[in-house]
Design a protein around this ligand. Structure first.
Ligand code: FE
Ligand code: MN
Length: 369
């Protein structure tokens, strides 16, 4: 028997410049079934109606910031690398360290998104933004290959760096222990498992991408500021702009997960997260002391480490936790300026603007370029 369609009550949904008419009853039902975890399990990608506006907005913002490594000229970097006087041994060491660390770290982040977080969340718009997040980790991995091939680095030496340097190994163990335990069919109605996922989202977004990436980012931008590695430095600036979106995705995801499962937010759990950040900061400082010749670049080691404290506190505050060093002022304001390329115009010979124009979402108000 077929039912004769009757005129049902509709509701208007706006998304940027797009307008949709949805059946009201169905829209309400879909919205109620949407949850970060333990929502309606569906293979179809029902985005409408959106419940997590932030997820779609950040997704659009990420797309507008699209970049391709090969569009960045590397000629000057290659000349500097081949020249005997343009770079010091320390400059070369830092470059190798950055390429080696990030080659592996970008992969770990992407893998955790695809095999843990994106698998466990149930809302489509969150899956959407996580798909883009994973794709950007692929772009970053690809940009590192471009650096390796341009300078003629030995890829095996880069890989070995990740396995042989104890302070890098410790940073890696810190994040992988929270990822491995979630790689099975876990029951997310169990609050202990929910806490495990919340910890994963906090550690990857706020501790790793949000804090432990910043030692090497700071070093690379410091070289860039001295006119060294102009192409590679530019790629790191684009990567950093992406990372700030990634931190934002995981921050919003964490907050939404806690809001929907508020019983997780206990004094003990907050302390556990704060302790994880303390550990992350400690490991990053150990890594800096062990591997990054900060003083040789004309920077103060004290200020550089204090910068890590400063960043960590912003991450803690971002998810509603108390800072470890209240009132700490950014000791390296120039770094913040270099990291913020949103205000710049016509950078990268207008290519990013072109990607944005060619996108079907170009009419959306992106004030980020
Ligand atoms: Fe990345
Ligand atoms: Mn990232």
């Amino acid at each position: 028997m077929t039912t004769i369609p009757t005129k049902s009550k509709t509701t208007r949904v706006e998304l940027g410049t797009k307008v949709f008419e949805l059946d009201e009853a169905k829209a309400v039902e879909a919205l109620q079934a949407k949850r970060v975890i333990n929502g309606r399990a569906t293979m179809t990608f029902n985005l409408l109606p959106l419940k997590y506006q932030w997820a779609y907005e950040i997704y659009r913002n990420m797309k507008a910031n699209h970049w391709e490594p090969e569009d960045i000229p590397m000629q000057r970097d290659i000349e500097q690398w081949r020249s005997e006087s343009a770079l010091t041994e320390i400059d070369r060491w830092i470059l190798r360290m950055a390429v080696g660390y990030f080659s592996a770290a970008e992969g770990i982040v992407g893998d955790n998104i695809q095999h843990v977080v994106r698998e466990l969340v149930t809302a489509s718009e969150i899956k959407l933004v996580l798909g883009r997040h994973a794709h950007e980790e692929n772009i970053h991995a690809d940009s590192l290959l471009y650096m390796i091939s341009s300078l003629g680095l030995n890829p095996h030496e880069c890989e070995a760096m990740f396995e042989d340097i104890p302070t890098i190994k410790k940073k890696n163990e810190f994040v992988s222990r929270i990822s491995k335990s979630l790689r099975r069919d876990i029951d997310l109605t169990d609050p202990d498992n929910q806490r495990l996922l919340a910890k994963n989202i906090f550690v990857f977004g706020q501790c790793m991408e949000g804090t432990q990436f910043y030692g090497l980012f700071g070093m690379m931008l410091s070289l860039y500021r001295q006119g060294k590695f102009p192409g590679i430095g530019m790629m790191f600036r684009y990567t950093l702009r992406d990372e700030s979106n990634h931190i934002e995705v995981f921050r919003n995801l964490f907050i939404a997960l806690i809001q929907e499962n508020h019983e997780l937010w206990t004094v003990g759990f907050k302390q556990e997260l704060t302790d994880l950040m303390k550990e992350a900061v400690l490991l990053e400082k150990e890594f800096i002391r062990d591997c990054l010749p900060v003083a040789a670049l004309g920077l103060s080691s004290e200020e550089f480490e204090s910068y890590i404290d400063y960043i960590a506190d912003r991450r803690l505050e971002g998810v509603g936790l108390d800072p470890l060093h209240p009132g700490l002022v950014n000791p390296l304001p120039w770094l913040a300026e270099l990291m913020d390329i949103r205000k710049e115009q016509n950078f990268f010979e207008g290519r990013v603007t072109e990607y944005q124009k060619s996108s079907s979402l170009s009419t959306v108000d992106d004030d980020d370029l």
